[in-house]
Design a protein around this ligand. Structure first.
Ligand code: GLN
Length: 453
């Protein structure tokens, strides 16, 4: 813990932490020492970890990196971080993210963007560590923590992991409790880890997952021993390559990476087959209707009365208006406007209901592939390597949204998805592949990922 606290101080230029909690860390590390001495070590005993600022942490400021939460300090702990703490984890601090997890580059954070520890060969240009869990990925890649919690609504665990050469898994919807995690789009949100390698990711997910009666969508299935799946043979597994993911303009190095991943799995004894997921091209537009719709509803609670910041007005309505105008950043306001529009009486059927139907079709595509005997699906994790800070944020929102093309389908279908580093770009940056599994079959993903990493 002491070594990580020093590394955090030396690594502040990465802007990965929005709050460092050294006193808490040292106190918990001492407790861990005592438990270890008594032979009572938990699964994460003494491991120094970072926590995304979307997780409520008891007595520790939690802002979702939004001004509207001000100095909000929750009197409760999220179920996931409570479980990790009970397993002996040591919290080093709170990690940066896009405001309310809306973004793909961490540039919508009230604290400014996190910075990728990686640079293009021969260039000093600062790159994004991805988003929304950019603080988590930067901290893990920069060795400012051993592992980190993150959340994923449309790719926010997998894309930051891909951009930083780390491993990230979004488990099946319902695997982890959402209780005490600031909500973005509740039917898509899931917690998961970002870690240095596949084994660490498996150990962390094992400690995060489990049933919670306070989240009605949390599953009461038993949590398997994920670590035991790491390194397990993939002989006889059937891996599908969806032909619809060969999108126009895919860089040749991403295509080559995909081929390479398939070749490694084949060499390890898996059978690689082509599959079709015909509704893939509708996933991104449908996601950018469903997610803002749920967001506009979830964010209605930030009224200047119940949480965080308050900007007074002459009456209560003006207080709401002033608080929300000052508290939400431009991307969050855009999402609220889109969400309110697609849910409004005149447009509900044309947009929201239709997007929900598309969502069902996307889910069925995967069900059909799995019913036809495919055990997991292999795709690129992102359409490119990490891009420069400002590069897409200054272009257009759509340019930024296109980055999520390979990841959003997985949330729409509620499936587990894992991002694993698989190679380097011509400029020396990490590139990653994504593995998508059957519901509640994260184990196959860990086995297949350990062939690729
Ligand atoms: N980039 C996507 C969005 O902005 C996904 C973010 C996330 O998974 N939280 O909605």
């Amino acid at each position: 813990t002491g070594a990580y606290l020093s590394a955090m101080e030396a690594g502040r230029a990465l802007n990965a932490y929005v709050l460092e909690t050294p006193e808490i860390a040292l106190a918990r590390a001492a407790e861990s020492d005592a438990r270890i001495a008594k032979g009572e070590a938990g699964a994460l005993e003494g491991l120094p970890l970072g926590v995304k600022d979307l997780f409520c942490t008891e007595g520790v400021r939690t802002t979702a990196c939004s001004n509207i939460l001000g100095e909000f300090t929750p009197p409760y702990e999220s179920f996931v971080t409570r479980k990790m703490r009970d397993a002996g984890a040591v919290m080093l601090g709170k990690l940066n993210n896009d405001e309310f997890a809306m973004g793909s580059s961490n540039e919508t954070s009230r604290f400014g963007p996190s910075v990728n520890p990686w640079r293009r060969a021969g260039s000093g240009v600062k790159l994004t560590s991805g988003g929304s869990s950019g603080g988590s990925s930067a901290a893990v890649a920069g060795a400012l923590c051993l592992g980190a919690t993150a959340t994923d609504t449309g790719g926010s665990i997998r894309q930051p992991a891909a951009f930083t050469g780390t491993v990230g898994i979004k488990p099946t919807y319902g695997r982890c409790s959402r209780w005490g995690i600031v909500a973005y789009a509740s039917s898509l949100d899931q917690a998961g880890p970002i870690a240095r390698d596949v084994r660490d990711a498996a150990i962390l997910l094992g400690a995060m997952a489990g049933h919670d009666p306070r989240d009605s969508t949390s599953s009461d299935r038993e949590v398997p021993d994920f670590e035991a799946a790491v390194g397990r043979s993939v002989k006889g597994l059937r891996i599908g390559l969806p032909k619809e993911y060969r999108v126009d303009g895919m860089p040749s190095e991403i295509e080559a990476l995909w081929e390479q991943g398939a070749a490694w799995l084949r060499a390890a004894g898996a059978e690689v087959v082509e599959v079709s997921l015909p509704h893939t091209k509708y996933a991104l537009p449908a996601y950018y209707i469903v997610a803002p719709a749920e967001a506009s509803s979830n964010l209605a609670r930030y009224d200047g009365v119940r949480y965080g910041a308050r900007v007074p007005g002459r009456d209560i309505v003006e207080l709401y208006e002033n608080t929300r105008a000052a508290g939400f950043g431009p991307e969050v306001r855009r999402r609220i406007m889109i969400g309110a529009y697609v849910l409004s009486a005149g447009y509900y059927d044309a947009y929201y209901v239709r997007a929900q139907k598309v969502r069902t079709l996307i889910k069925r595509d995967f069900e059909t592939a799995f019913a036809n005997g495919v055990d997991a699906i292999l795709t690129p994790a992102t359409p490119s390597a990490a891009f420069g800070l400002g590069e897409k944020a200054d272009a257009s929102p759509v340019e930024m949204y296109l980055n999520d093309v390979f990841t959003v389908t997985v949330n729409m279908a509620g499936l587990p998805g894992l991002s694993v580093p698989a190679g380097k770009s011509a400029e020396g940056l990490p590139l990653a592949l994504q593995l998508i599994g059957r519901p509640f079959d994260e184990e196959t993903l860990f086995s297949a990922a350990s062939v690729i990493e």
